[in-house]
Design a protein around this ligand. Structure first.
Ligand SMILES: *Cc1c(COP(=O)(O)O)cnc(C)c1O
Length: 470
């Protein structure tokens, strides 16, 4: 350390002196003096380190106070930065999956701020059941005898296996031993639940006779898993649910079905094929069906199990139920989402996911055009309205593309990767898709009213690019 640096270290303003300033006192009223002191100390420590390294300069008191204020504001920023999803993937697990309906968000907000009769029977002044409302709705909507909600679908699968088959064998097709998002693997969940996995068939073909040969005195259940994030095509065969259910019934075994997404609205009119729904799975004879709350249902993170009352009761009584149960905000949001599902038209109107899915390509074309106009005659980039392929994502409808439109941005100088990064670290962050040497922002995954925000973010990123080069 130079002599000069040592001198400057001694001249850094003192925390106590700074705390006495009107600026610090005002911050103290807004937050607390203890937090202001802490932020100042952290700020001063950074200055010290900079001076010792020889890279920093000695700041004035005003600069330290301003930095302290920025630190506190950052700490108490209530909203996580809203991210604009321009990837064209509607259920992006890394971006928080389904955006919820306003009603569902409001229900969660009210639940957070108030007391509620969460587990309280108002009529009898006795203990109530926190799941009574969602359970009734699920039974009505899906024609199920029983229903249960836990923290997420991985938890639902785990609890289902533990309650129905712990210590015994569960028969699964080799074509269905899926991995979802890296940390959920059917064989691992099976091991954790204390069941023994009995694999049958091959990767591409499993026949009823394979199940017939595998079932024995140690078998406790048959498990079917929806291959929600990949597709085996070509020379393939799987046993349909109805046929497997009939065989399970003959053997007196339950058929458990991990459905994954759990759409409650008909998807074919939206161009999405082969995504089984929970009501159909139950009708076809599955005894327990479980799925996520935040995939095609469009609600909060949750795991939902529906099916035979006796099996649902076993899950409810399992000691781990308490560890896996959902919180009051999730339950409130889920209840509001399920209420919407009672009227498909309302659900389509109010659930952002379905609004996005049902937008016509013409409307998306218009949006892309409008976005282009909003950018005006911005320099340094070629823009072009392009056809794109959106997808549902989030472990649903693998390989199915939904026709969409986007705006392609081709930087004339500088790399497309640099532009992508500028957009990701902007305010708000924008996540697009790099295609060849252009960055494409897809219109289908945008939420209502986001175009002006997106236009501004694009302008900011492109202008900074220009300035950096100037
Ligand atoms: C998504 C998915 C899961 C995991 O669900 P989470 O709600 O993310 O826990 C499990 N099984 C299948 C088939 C899935 O698609």
């Amino acid at each position: 350390m130079t002599e000069n640096a040592a001198l400057m270290l001694r001249r850094i303003p003192q925390v106590d002196a700074l705390l006495g300033t009107p600026e610090a006192q005002a911050l103290g009223e807004k937050y607390s003096l203890a937090l202001v002191a802490r932020a100042l100390r952290e700020e001063i420590e950074e200055v010290r380190q900079g001076l010792i390294r020889g890279t920093g300069t000695l700041p004035q008191a005003e600069a330290l106070l301003a930095a302290c204020q920025a630190r506190l504001e950052g700490m108490f920023e209530t909203e996580k930065p809203v991210v604009i999803n321009a990837t064209g993937v509607l259920l992006h697990t890394n971006l928080g999956r389904a955006p919820m309906a306003l009603r569902a968000a409001q229900a969660a907000y009210q639940a957070a701020l108030n007391y509620s009769a969460l587990e309280y029977d108002l009529k009898t002044a006795s203990r109530g059941d926190r799941q009574a409302h969602v359970e009734a709705l699920l039974r009505e909507l899906l024609g199920a005898e029983g229903a249960l909600v836990v923290n997420n679908n991985a938890a639902a699968v785990l609890l289902m296996l533990m309650a129905c088959a712990s210590g015994q064998e569960v028969v699964v097709s080799r074509g269905e031993l899926v991995e979802i998002g890296g940390s959920f693997r059917v064989p691992d969940i099976m091991a954790q639940s204390g069941c023994t996995l009995r694999e049958v068939g091959t990767t591409n073909k499993t026949k009823l006779s394979d199940y017939q040969l595998a079932v024995g005195e140690h078998t406790a259940a048959l498990l079917k898993v929806h291959c929600s994030n990949y597709k085996i095509v070509g020379f393939t065969q799987a046993v349909p649910v109805a046929q497997l259910a009939e065989f399970a019934r003959e053997k007196g075994l339950p058929l458990l079905y991990d459905l994954g997404s759990g759409a409650m609205l008909p998807l074919e009119p939206m161009g999405i094929m082969d995504e089984p729904g929970p009501a159909a799975a139950l009708r076809e004879g599955a005894n327990l069906v479980c799925f996520s709350g935040d995939k095609l249902l469009g609600g909060p993170q949750a795991g939902i199990a529906v099916g035979d009352k006796a099996l649902i009761d076993k899950m409810k009584r399992h000691p781990l139920m308490r560890a896996l149960r959902p919180g009051k905000m999730s339950l409130a949001a889920l209840e509001a989402t399920l209420q919407l599902m009672r009227d498909p038209d309302m659900a389509k109107r109010e659930l952002p996911l379905y609004a996005m899915l049902t937008q016509s390509v013409d409307d998306l074309y218009q949006s892309a055009q409008t976005l282009g106009h909003m950018l005006g005659d911005i320099q340094g980039v070629d823009t072009q309205v392009v056809k794109t392929q959106a997808q549902v994502g989030g472990g649903s409808t693998p390989g199915q593309m939904i026709p969409s439109m986007g705006l392609s941005l081709h930087p004339l100088k500088g790399s497309v990767e640099a532009l992508g990064e500028r957009l990701r670290v902007g305010h708000p962050p924008v996540i697009g898709r790099i295609q060849h040497d252009s960055l494409v922002v897809d219109m289908r995954s945008l939420l209502e009213g986001q175009l002006p925000l997106l236009a501004q973010a694009l302008k900011d990123a492109l202008v900074v690019e220009e300035e950096n080069r100037a």
